[in-house]
Design a binder for this molecule. Structure first.
Ligand SMILES: Nc1ncnc2c1ncn2[C@@H]1O[C@H](COP(=O)(O)OP(=O)(O)OP(=O)(O)O)[C@@H](O)[C@H]1O
Ligand SMILES: [Mg+2]
Length: 444
């Protein structure tokens, strides 16, 4: 639309300019032709000028009398002096205006120029054009322009619709997959397709689903394990209570006391198991505040906590530093709980009178004992929840949650927990912090 408007005004300007220059050219040429003897040439001149201007061209002499007319000789000799444009031109001025022509009954553009010879005005040239014709030409051009604009718009719309469909298709499929996943089908994966952003979105989406699925599976496994494990002490407890119930009142008190003691042991086991289960499930969610901890100091504190327990079994508990122990960033409670699990095992599964060593190293902590060590291929299995190994089954009662808790707690601080049999006998349990990126040895 704006293009149409500018086009119209430009065409109008162009037409006016052309009419003016046409009038000027005819006026300049006509200066030599106004003489009576050269009228035929003057007539030829106005004819060709009229063709070029697509209008009518006339020449009048000094008195305003028509001496040449492109429309024919019918009006020759008539006086045009009264016409405003002729009057202006004969006064020596160039003139242009749009006015209504009574003769033609329509608006015309009248342009005139004086014919000057030897410094005097000897006549005038007038070019008249139909404004309606110019308007028609402009409308034709604007119409063409509108048609082109329409075609371009249509092509744009078609291209836009195609691109939009192309863009929307991968998203729609992603949405479909999301819907299926929401309905519980966690094995569904979104197709990786479309633009690079859409492919990246699909990959992230699939990764998220994968993690969700894994989390859900562990959760289910955990609940299944926990309920299964809790059933054992509960059954034991029920058995004891039934026995107490069945004991006739005249029985000596000692017989009942034995059952009560056993029942209390089962209750202890049960409550320990519940505590550890809660700790384990919290370890997956809790965010304890981090602090900078020097490992040597952490190990000394652990030795202090376990001193009495070790002494009871005449186990010598030693603390040492190998090199410069690292200062690590993690939650104090998590690290203490993990070290405690390892030390507790070392004391529990070592024979009376043996020794347990706690070592703080540059990358982590080591707990060495001289117990039975681990059965072959037990090193990973003991990190499964509720798994009790060879030493565990032979030793004091436990839940099989100590090592899994230690590993779970330390993993979130970038450390791994492991256990293995030492060559010289006994077990070596370790907490090792992974090197952070800045510490990574330079490969060059
Ligand atoms: N220092 C060790 N020497 C030999 N075996 C060990 C040692 N530490 C752990 N184990 C084995 O790994 C198993 C799992 O240990 P974990 O600490 O997870 O459970 P637990 O000691 O049996 O019970 P609790 O949950 O009470 O600690 C133990 O049952 C034991 O067989
Ligand atoms: Mg243990």
């Amino acid at each position: 639309v704006p293009l149409g408007f500018t086009l119209e005004s430009r065409v109008n300007d162009e037409v006016r300019l052309q009419a003016r220059s046409q009038a000027d050219v005819v006026a300049a040429t006509a200066a030599d032709l106004v003489a009576e003897s050269r009228r035929a040439q003057l007539q030829a001149l106005v004819r060709s000028a009229a063709q070029a201007a697509r209008g009518r061209v006339v020449v009048v002499d000094r008195s305003g009398e028509l001496i040449a007319d492109s429309a024919g000789s019918a009006e020759l000799g008539g006086s045009y002096a009264a016409r405003p444009e002729i009057r202006a031109a004969l006064a020596g001025r160039r003139f242009q205006e749009t006015r209504f022509s009574k003769t033609l009954g329509e608006d015309i553009l009248a342009t005139s120029s004086p014919v000057v010879s030897g410094g005097r005005t000897v006549g005038a040239v007038r070019v008249t054009q139909s404004v309606a014709a110019v308007g028609r030409a402009v409308r034709r051009s604007v119409g063409g322009l509108a048609a082109i604009a329409g075609v371009v718009l249509l092509l744009g719309l078609i291209a836009g619709a195609l691109i939009a469909r192309q863009l929307a298709r991968p998203l729609r499929r992603l949405e479909l997959t999301a819907g299926e996943i929401a309905h519980g089908d966690l094995d569904r994966r979104a197709p990786v397709e479309g633009t690079s952003e859409q492919r990246s979105l699909a990959r992230s989406f699939n990764e998220m689903t994968e993690r969700l699925g894994r989390a859900l599976r562990t959760q289910r496994q955990f609940v299944a394990d926990a309920s299964h494990q809790l059933r054992t002490p509960l059954t034991g407890l029920r058995l004891r209570l039934e026995e107490i119930d069945a004991t006739p009142p005249e029985e000596p008190v000692g017989a009942v006391a034995q059952d009560v003691e056993a029942a209390l042991r089962e209750v202890d086991r049960l409550s320990q198991m519940v505590t550890e289960l809660l700790l384990l499930s919290a370890a997956e969610e809790r965010d304890a505040p981090a602090a900078d901890i020097e490992l040597g100091e952490a190990v000394e504190a652990a030795a202090a906590r376990w001193g009495a327990a070790a002494e009871e079994r005449r186990i010598s508990l030693s603390v040492s530093r190998d090199g410069t122990p690292a200062t690590v960033r993690c939650a104090r409670v998590d690290l203490d709980r993990a070290i405690d699990s390892l030390v507790e095992n070392a004391i529990n599964y070592s024979p009376d009178g043996s020794s347990v060593a706690l070592v703080a190293r540059a990358r982590g902590v080591e707990v060495l004992d001289s117990g039975p060590g681990l059965a072959p291929d037990e090193a990973e299995a003991v990190f499964e929840r509720f798994h009790r190994g060879r030493a565990g089954r032979a030793g004091p009662s436990g839940t099989g949650l100590g090592l899994p808790i230690a590993r779970e707690l330390m993993r979130r601080w970038g450390a791994d927990t492991a256990i293995a049999t030492r060559d010289e006998g006994g077990a070596r349990a370790t907490i090792e912090f992974f090197p952070t990126v800045e510490e990574e040895p330079d490969e060059h």
